[in-house]
Design a protein around this ligand. Structure first.
Ligand code: C5P
Length: 240
């Protein structure tokens, strides 16, 4: 799960997914794709089967947050889909995160690797002001993210979803093995949309992100394939 550029397939249905992926036909390497709520709640497990048939790796980003027993049962089912990465909200607490891992262990097919499991610390659309004034979390954003990440590690998770701006301090405290998957990635020429803590692919690399997630910069681009290559080269430090 290191060094990947994960493309967020934030589309409403399979027709749009197919249209988008058709443009990537000349790309020889399989892609690492993120399926989130928008797509999964419409198309369900069929979309996962479709992407796996084509050899792509999958981050199923459903951000589970419920009582431990429900999360455990849900994770048991998600593990059977044989995806590569799933996630929960760290704010669900330690018992919930431990239950997530338990469910994944039970659901993972014999001889397969358990899907990686990471925790959302704070959404990259959440600013410190919103976190403090709406969520009533009085600490600063960086300390809160670090605390949630520490809790995730203590619960047996493999890493966190966070802003690249927090990746350095997380790796300093929790080590390089603990992965940081960072959305909120933009080219300098892009719009912010609803994200607030944004970083370019080059800076994400410098800050130590393990992998980056890119959505609208690629999916709404006039030429998605070209933008993908551009961002991947920037992320991998390839000079062109
Ligand atoms: O379009 P954009 O690049 O902003 O997409 C970012 C993707 O990452 C979205 O699919 C969003 O759900 C996801 N995400 C995020 N912040 C998190 C966790 C996931 O933006 N903390």
């Amino acid at each position: 799960m290191r060094g990947k550029l994960i493309v967020a397939l934030d589309f409403p249905n399979m027709t749009e997914v197919r249209r988008f992926l058709d443009a990537f036909e000349s790309e020889k390497e399989p892609l690492f794709l993120k399926v989130g709520m928008e797509l999964y709640f419409q198309e369900g497990p069929a979309v996962i089967a479709y992407l796996k048939e084509r050899g792509h790796s999958i981050f199923l980003d459903l951000k589970l947050h419920d009582i431990p027993n429900t999360v455990k049962s849900a994770m048991k089912g998600l593990a059977r889909l044989d995806v590569d990465l799933v996630n929960v909200h760290a704010s669900g607490g330690k018992a919930m995160m431990e239950a997530a891992i338990e469910g994944l262990d039970i659901g993972t097919k014999l001889g397969r690797k358990r899907p990686g499991c990471i925790a959302v610390t704070q959404l990259t659309s959440t600013s410190e002001i919103v976190m403090q004034e709406e969520l009533w979390i009085s600490r600063n954003l960086n300390d809160t993210v670090l605390h949630y990440a520490t809790l995730a590690k203590a619960s047996g998770l493999d890493g966190v979803v966070c802003s690249a701006l927090e990746a350095t301090s997380i790796h300093e405290r929790l080590g390089e093995e603990f992965i940081t998957v960072t959305p909120g990635i933009r080219l300098t020429s892009d719009q912010l949309n609803d994200q607030t803590r944004v970083v370019t692919p080059e800076d994400a690399k410098k800050l130590g992100s393990s992998s980056i997630v890119v959505g609208r910069s690629i999916t709404t681009s006039e030429n998605p394939m070209e933008t993908y290559r551009l961002m991947k080269n920037a992320w991998e430090g390839v000079k062109i």
